[in-house]
Design a protein around this ligand. Structure first.
Ligand SMILES: Nc1ncnc2c1ncn2[C@@H]1O[C@H](COP(=O)(O)OP(=O)(O)OP(=O)(O)O)[C@@H](O)[C@H]1O
Ligand SMILES: [Mg+2]
Length: 133
């Protein structure tokens, strides 16, 4: 079972709104302040990537209830240019925009589970999950 709410990312203010949504859901689920910060940082990085590379997309936050476990899943989706070499963008320091290239590897480290689906022409879908313990 999951309950979802979404923010459309078009401008920089939407990144702030997505962070706020994530923080609220994380609080509701009972995540501590350190995990709340990890979750909102991950949301910022994914939302900023949508804004920079795809121009437009969506961040949805799911509450998960699975096998007696509770968790939060960030779903980031866009119909932008997509990524041709996923292994490359998951390396620390790889950036096509002169950035630090720390965003995606950082999100993977901050969350418990990380899945990325992307290919040129099909946009990018990323799911990042954190379980409550
Ligand atoms: N949603 C996306 N659509 C298309 N390409 C993307 C998307 N997200 C990331 N990328 C590609 O992956 C690369 C790595 O992303 P990552 O967030 O790790 O680093 P960065 O955005 O370049 O720098 P930083 O996030 O550290 O400021 C980007 O430079 C970009 O080429
Ligand atoms: Mg980035």
């Amino acid at each position: 079972m999951s309950i979802q709410s979404c923010v459309t990312i078009i401008n920089e203010w939407d990144i702030v709104a997505a962070r706020q949504l994530g923080r609220n859901v994380a609080k509701e689920l009972g995540f501590g302040t350190v995990d709340q910060a990890r979750i909102t940082t991950a949301i910022s990085e994914l939302a900023r990537n949508i804004y920079l590379y795809a121009g437009k997309g969506q961040i949805c936050i799911d509450k998960l209830y699975e096998d007696g476990k509770e968790g939060l899943r960030i779903n980031a989706a866009d119909n932008g240019p997509g990524i041709s070499d996923i292994r490359q963008v998951m390396e620390d320091g790889f950036s096509t925009s002169g950035g630090l290239g720390a965003g995606l590897p950082g999100v993977k480290r901050l969350m418990d589970q990380f899945e990325i689906e992307s290919s040129p022409g099909n946009g990018t879908q990323i799911k990042a999950t954190k379980w409550l313990r």
